[in-house]
Write a protein that binds this ligand. Structure first.
Ligand code: OXD
Ligand code: MN
Length: 602
């Protein structure tokens, strides 16, 4: 196939990879429906994909991965910066020359018997000043189809690459060459010790080997849009964050834009698609996982969602928890590692509907009453099973979700899962305290009852596995962005939807009612409500955060709003210990924030 570009840099890179990986053929992708349909048809014919019931789940397909290849592999993920200190304590560092040598050996001949696909894609609306152009080379047709949904795959990207002579090269192989006549595996991949997810941050280059799954293989997502982009962003004066973006519109039509960072299992996708219970207020989704944000000409911070789809966790997605996510995957969706029912629809645990049985994620016959040798229920779907759904199919997608200029962010929200200590909501006194809040966001490892000694899992800005450089420098970058934005910086809030009483009962209903908390934030931004000052920040005055129709007993509300100084002092001690590991890279402003909090706690 002749190459649809004359760009010498791109052609040279593709030729170099072809020479190293020796595929049977090279195919340049164009992102068309015909391309998607024919790859899917090939995968159905080979037995890799299952075509779902066209009446129930139009244009949708199910895949089962190899049981060893089900999630991101953080211990095989590397930041290969030239200087070790540029990777910092939150990353696995490896010398780039050594890693290239090891991986080159693995890549040699790795695409034998396979097709090498060259995918031109844009992260962000094609041509937006915030977007980036990239090329993924892969030998997985499953990856090509997922990239069609998750990114903008188009030959227009090749034109932009030609005009700018710039692109981010991303190389991926499943690491399973085929000998002549050898039958392919249903899900080819390499064993764990051969898997590498490598980021050469000094040259903005991604090399991934051995896995076909999610963030290991769809290189636009975590590898490019977070690890590589966060490093580029710090040098270029913008931000690449693990944040959802939503628009919240009040009854008068005033629009607020909120970007929120939560560690996994804190309901990020649910918040992004929230159904507001505050009369007249409406949530629209812009993104559910990643935000790229740049100061605009007016000095405000503008955000785009660099992705074009949702790679959502299936289990727990139900009509009651996230009807909009469920609706997003009603058609045109790729499901991975879910149950395929007898009538060729999909099912997963906590979907909120019954399932008579079908084929489980390991491709075995399955019924919901099946138990293992220890008498434990056998799950039909893998806990990290996923849907790849088009953002455009989300019923509450915002009309501006593809606006190349982005949307101006008014509010940053941080949070974690804490059964104790953290109140429902508090606001930072200023941006720098907001940075402290984001940097010390933490979850309890389990939802166990009151135990102040329980150690916390800190996950600064929900970015721990995704910061492409030293986390201390990353925190400094947040403070620097605050200086750049000045009084146009977003206001910062910390939320905790997960408070329990001493009997383990949830104190806050969560889900749609979280809109009440968002409304209070918007009222604060508009200056409509005052707040009370506490040692940890600004909190709602009773009556300002509307509880109409909720029946929350006064003592529960008091608990949700309580600042327990003893518990906070303990959390501060834990935070100090955690931040201590950043050594002399810990920004002085962070130390100042800790000292100020300590003084306020008395
Ligand atoms: C994701 C993650 O898959 O954060 O989005 O792990
Ligand atoms: Mn994520």
């Amino acid at each position: 196939m002749s190459a649809p570009t004359k760009n010498a840099k791109l052609l040279a890179w593709v030729a170099e990879i072809e020479k190293m990986c020796t595929p049977d053929q090279v195919v340049w992708c164009n992102g068309s429906t015909e391309e998607y349909d024919s790859l899917m048809a090939e995968m159905v014919a080979s037995g890799m994909a299952i075509k779902l019931n066209e009446q129930k789940r139009p244009n949708s397909f199910a895949f089962n991965s190899d049981p060893s290849d089900v999630a991101r592999v953080e211990n095989r993920t590397y930041i290969a910066s030239v200087k070790k200190e540029d990777a910092g304590p939150t990353n696995n560092w490896i010398d780039p020359a050594e890693l290239k040598k090891t991986m080159t050996e693995l890549y040699k001949g790795c695409m034998k018997g396979r097709t090498m696909y060259v995918i031109p894609f844009s992260m962000g609306p094609i041509g937006s000043p915030i977007s980036k152009n990239a090329i993924e080379i892969t030998d997985s047709p499953y990856v090509v189809c997922n990239m069609h949904i998750m990114t903008r795959v188009s030959t227009k990207v090749l034109e932009l690459i030609d005009a700018t002579d710039e692109f981010i090269p991303c190389l991926h192989s499943v690491g399973a060459p085929l000998e002549p006549g050898q039958k392919d595996a249903r899900w080819p991949c390499a064993p764990i010790e051969k898997k590498y997810i490598a980021h050469f941050t000094d040259e903005n280059l991604i090399w991934s080997f051995g896995s076909g799954y999610g963030g290991n293989a769809l290189l636009g997502k975590k590898c490019l849009a977070l690890r590589i982009a966060s490093n580029m962003a710090r040098h270029e004066g913008w931000m690449a964050e693990h944040m959802l973006i939503l628009r919240f519109t009040n009854p008068q039509g005033k629009k607020f834009h909120i970007a929120a960072a939560f560690p996994s299992a804190c309901g990020k996708t649910n918040l992004a698609m929230l159904q507001s219970t505050v009369p007249g207020w409406k949530v629209e989704t812009i993104g559910d996982d990643i935000a790229w944000m740049k100061p605009g000409a007016d000095g405000r911070l503008y955000a785009i969602n660099p992705e074009a789809g949702f790679f959502g966790v299936a289990p727990g997605t139900a009509e009651y928890s996230n009807p909009m996510a469920l609706a997003s995957c009603a058609k045109d969706t790729i499901f991975t590692n879910v149950v395929v029912t007898e009538d060729k629809d999909v099912w997963w645990e906590d979907m909120g509907v019954e399932c008579a049985g079908g084929t489980d994620w390991k491709n075995n016959p399955w019924t919901p009453d099946m138990k293992d040798a220890d008498g434990k229920k056998i799950k039909g779907a893998h806990p990290n099973s996923r849907f790849t759904a088009r953002a455009a199919n989300c019923p509450v997608i915002c009309e501006d979700w593809e606006n190349p200029a982005g949307v101006p962010i008014d509010i940053f929200v941080f949070g974690g899962r804490r059964t104790t200590t953290m109140p429902l909501v508090h606001e930072a006194f200023d941006f720098n305290q907001g940075v402290y809040m984001g940097a010390t966001a933490a979850s309890e490892p389990t939802a166990a009852a009151l135990d102040v000694k329980q150690s916390l899992r800190f996950d600064p800005f929900a970015m721990t596995p995704f910061i492409g450089y030293h986390a201390g420098d990353y925190m400094q970058h947040w403070f620097d962005m605050g200086e750049t934005l000045g009084n146009k910086a977003p206001r910062c809030f910390y939320v905790n939807w997960f408070r329990k009483d001493e009997n383990g009962k949830w104190l806050w209903p969560g889900f749609g009612d979280n809109s009440r908390v968002l409304k209070w934030m918007c009222d604060r931004v508009e200056g409509k409500v005052e707040a009370r000052e506490t040692p940890i920040g600004l909190m709602p005055i009773d009556g300002d955060l509307t509880l109409d129709g909720l029946n929350i007993p006064a003592e529960d509300w008091a608990e949700l709003m309580k600042v327990d100084v003893t518990l906070f002092k303990k959390t501060l001690e834990d935070a100090k210990e955690y931040l201590g590991k950043f050594g002399d890279k810990l920004p002085a402003k962070m130390t100042e924030q800790m000292a100020a909090l300590e003084a306020r706690l008395g």
